[in-house]
Design a protein around this ligand. Structure first.
Ligand SMILES: N#Cc1c(N)ncnc1-c1cnn(CCN2CCOCC2)c1
Length: 281
């Protein structure tokens, strides 16, 4: 039987999107990105581990809202285990971000303005501070190679209307709080997360893309978290520290990783999967 080839629609830093008839195929690679630079050395099984983690989260979140997954197995053989067949949605033109802790661009914005995406925060917060409660901090969807810009809730209202803006906030915080609570019980802090939502033809908001993975969220080991000090990235810290030790200029192409660094990083992805799902990899 002739199988029409899938068509590459979008190639991202670590994932690619293909068209297969009316469906989409979302494929996760074994590429790893640190400091926004794709490293030349793949991490074996990273794509499969993060895809299967995302599929598990979609199932965990099924009571909150529908998702775009059609199948996690009916995918082209070359992508087996690291791709999902998903339904084509009209994507919401807003990056939906929830933060439970202050770091990265949110910390920079807080230090300059006392707020993040227009949400005022108490004085005296620092690097990795836990926020009084999780906040919705939307941003624009910047073109490839550019950084998303924070936008206020009122800007979201202007973009999608008040009712949908409220629903985006409710869903984003709901997904984050469900994930952060479950992860915390298993010794992992999910500091923040970015989700993608889209409209189905009947207007229903649907959870898309990947969800609550170390690529879409900041994962920190809970036992080493100290507010006021930069937190360790559960999955990328080994590579960051090793790369820094090589004197790598982050404007230059990323360095090749030594075998032990590859294996230690792969082991971190396996540990995240096993701790969160309770299933052996
Ligand atoms: N998921 C999904 C989805 C969907 N179900 N329907 C229509 N469009 C999209 C879609 C299009 N682009 N993105 C951003 C995610 N990209 C993925 C590839 O890698 C780069 C990031 C999502």
């Amino acid at each position: 039987m002739y199988l029409a080839p899938v068509e590459l629609l979008h190639s991202g830093k670590v994932r690619d999107l293909y068209a297969d008839g009316d469906d989409l195929i979302l494929v996760a690679s074994d590429r790893v990105s640190v400091y926004d630079v794709i490293l030349p050395t793949p991490i074996p099984d990273k794509g499969r581990i993060l895809t299967q983690l995302s599929v598990w989260w979609f199932d965990q979140l099924g009571d909150l809202l529908p998702n775009h997954v059609i199948s996690a197995t009916d995918v082209p053989p070359e992508f087996a285990g690291r791709a999902i067949r998903c339904r084509r949605l009209q994507m919401v033109p807003v990056e939906c971000v929830a933060r439970g802790y202050l770091t990265g661009g949110g910390l920079t914005e807080y230090r300059a303005t006392g707020s993040v995406s227009g949400v005022s925060l108490p004085a005296g917060l620092d690097e990795a501070s836990r926020l009084p409660e999780p906040i919705f901090t939307p941003s624009t969807k910047a073109p490839a190679g550019q950084h998303d810009e924070p936008i206020s809730f009122s800007a979201v209202v202007e973009t999608v209307g008040a009712e949908t803006a409220e629903r985006l906030r409710e869903i984003t915080l709901g997904v984050y709080e469900r994930g952060a609570t479950l992860a915390a019980e298993r010794g992992i802090i999910i500091a923040d997360t970015k989700i993608e939502l889209g409209w189905a033809p009947d207007g229903t908001l649907v959870l898309a893309d990947e969800v609550l993975t170390p690529d879409s969220s900041r994962f920190w080991p809970a036992d080493s978290w100290q507010p006021g000090r930069p937190a360790f990235s559960f999955d990328k810290q080994f590579v960051r520290d090793w790369a820094a030790g090589t004197g790598w200029d982050k404007r230059a192409p990323g360095p090749e990783l030594p075998d032990d660094m590859v294996e230690r990083t792969r082991a971190r992805y396996v540990e995240i999967y096993e701790r969160l799902t309770g299933k052996p990899w």
